[in-house]
Design a protein around this ligand. Structure first.
Ligand SMILES: [Cu+2]
Length: 131
């Protein structure tokens, strides 16, 4: 009986030793959702805080392909999954129904341009503020 309890305690100890560091290893992020429709961003103006890790979640609910084009903003942020970007790291392309996440940390406060490279002429523009 005593032995069973000792084994149980050792089991708990191992669970604590391994589970706690695993939970800590997934860094926290703030999720910011942007929906793209024909022909606008919702919301059109995004605000980030510098030094904070974000999950920028993009969804295209329109019937056309849209781009989240923000070259200067992306250039001043560290991006953990740069493979999601294209066009020289200037934009994220989403076909109808696509959902993509960009994990990034903005570093430089300021105001940045946001547009859809295909439909800016149609008013599909917005803005990004980093505080
Ligand atoms: Cu577009």
């Amino acid at each position: 009986m005593r032995r069973t309890r000792a084994l149980w305690c050792i089991g708990c100890l191992f669970a604590l030793l391994f589970a706690v560091p695993l939970a800590r290893s997934a860094p926290k992020s703030v999720t910011l959702d942007v929906v793209m429709v024909d022909y606008r961003f919702e919301p059109a103006h995004l605000t980030f805080r510098h030094g904070v890790r974000y999950r920028l979640h993009l969804e295209n609910r329109g019937t056309e392909t849209h781009e989240f084009t923000a070259p200067v903003f992306f250039a001043t942020a560290s991006i953990e999954n740069p493979g999601v970007l294209d066009g020289n790291r200037s934009e994220v392309t989403l076909h109808p129904g696509d959902k993509k996440d960009v994990f990034l940390t903005p570093h430089k406060p300021g105001k940045y341009d946001l547009r859809c490279a295909d439909h800016d002429w149609y008013g599909m523009v917005g803005g990004i503020t980093v505080k």
